[in-house]
Ligand binder design. Structure first.
Ligand code: ACO
Length: 326
């Protein structure tokens, strides 16, 4: 098998910032509650005329430049998203057209906040086996379009953005050392967007009842998240014969700073080994991990040879983790 690594990163955040103070104008909440219960101070909101594929395309362009590749070099584009531009065509196909990546195959992966980890692991398999050489993996979300702006339990948490990586074959011993994916469909009801699909097609009634928005049992998701982040992290560490002390940087899904703190504590990591940006961007679902990874990379926080652990959980319920030598 060919060893597979990330050779370029990119990200895009909408210009418009929405602060907790702005949230106070919309729902019965306070800056203090949001900061202390979630760690979020502000989030980005995409301009009305744009959609998920626009952010995905920008993030992809930056990642391609970073990898010194042109769009024609790409064999496959995978987009992790639960907020595609539309049910079909896939957002990945729209990105393919935007980039002019003529020879690339393209499809979306829908595992909510774990979408990027799932897409990354799928992309890895294609290169590992020699089927493809250059794979573009993107996590992109416009969650503000599926929020119930009357529900303070959910609308304060989420934001919009996109992150992208380029995968390629790398030197032996580098790149992804181990990945792990999992699902618990039996508990999928804790986090859903019930309407808009085949089971509950869009009607005036579903819209009036706001069933096209995120419905979440926050405390159940919180408990699941803490368990899943810990277990998924330990699994890839063990599978790659590494120990906790080997981790140079943890890039966790950015859902709640208390979930991240619990995971870091379990992994015995000090703050300097955990990348956190949710104070500035909120939970961007499948975009959270690749945006954080790009920021950490561009800030020079990751050096060649570092052990980087990515871990996420999300709707489905699903989880995923990947450990790599940079
Ligand atoms: N402002 C003020 N009060 C609020 C707000 C708000 N924005 N939201 C909820 N509250 C209230 C609740 O109504 C409740 O009041 P009550 O006791 O009178 O009913 C009180 O605060 C406490 O609610 P809890 O649910 O106990 O608050 P908790 O500390 O658990 O925090 C939160 C809630 C932030 C949602 C937390 O449970 C959480 O982060 N859960 C995980 C969510 C998550 O990660 N979701 C993303 C999954 S990823 C994906 O795939 C999309």
């Amino acid at each position: 098998f060919i060893d597979v690594g990330i050779v370029g990163t990119g990200s895009y955040l909408p210009k418009r910032i929405m602060t907790n103070k702005d949230m106070e104008q919309i729902v019965e909440t306070s800056d203090e509650w949001i900061r202390t219960r979630t760690g979020i101070e502000e989030r980005r909101v995409l301009e009305d005329e744009l959609a998920t594929s626009d952010m995905a395309t920008e993030a992809a362009r930056i990642a391609l430049e970073d990898a010194k590749l042109s769009a024609e070099d790409i064999d496959l584009i995978i987009v992790g998203t639960c907020t595609p531009d539309m049910p079909f065509p896939a957002t990945a196909c729209i990105v393919q057209a935007n980039l002019g990546a003529k020879k690339a195959a393209a499809f979306d992966v829908e595992t909510a906040c774990s979408g990027f980890l799932y897409a990354l692991t799928i992309g890895e398999q294609f290169i590992k086996t020699g089927f493809y050489k250059n794979v573009l993996v993107i996590g992109a979300e416009t969650l503000t379009r599926i929020l119930d702006w009357k529900d303070r339990n959910t609308c304060v948490i989420f934001g919009d953005g996109a992150g992208a990586v380029v995968l390629q074959g790398v030197d032996k011993g580098y790149g992804i050392l181990s990945s792990h994916l999992g699902a618990d469909g039996a508990n999928g009801g804790f986090l859903t967007q019930p309407a808009g699909g085949a089971r509950m097609p869009a009607t005036l009634e579903t819209v009036e009842n706001r069933l096209h928005t995120i419905q979440m049992d926050g405390s159940e998701v919180f408990k699941f998240a803490v368990r899943a982040m810990g277990k998924a992290s330990m699994k890839v560490l063990e599978d790659s014969n590494l120990s906790l002390e080997d981790i140079d940087l943890l890039i966790p899904h950015q859902a709640n700073v208390r979930i991240i703190d619990a995971a870091a504590k379990r992994l015995k990591l000090t703050d300097d080994k955990v990348y956190v940006n949710l104070n500035r961007v909120g939970n961007m679902s499948a975009a959270s991990v690749p945006v954080a990874l790009d920021e950490a990379n561009k800030k020079g926080l990751i050096k060649k040879g570092d052990i980087v652990l990515l871990v996420a959980f999300g709707g489905g319920l699903t989880w995923g983790s990947s450990i790599m030598r940079w």
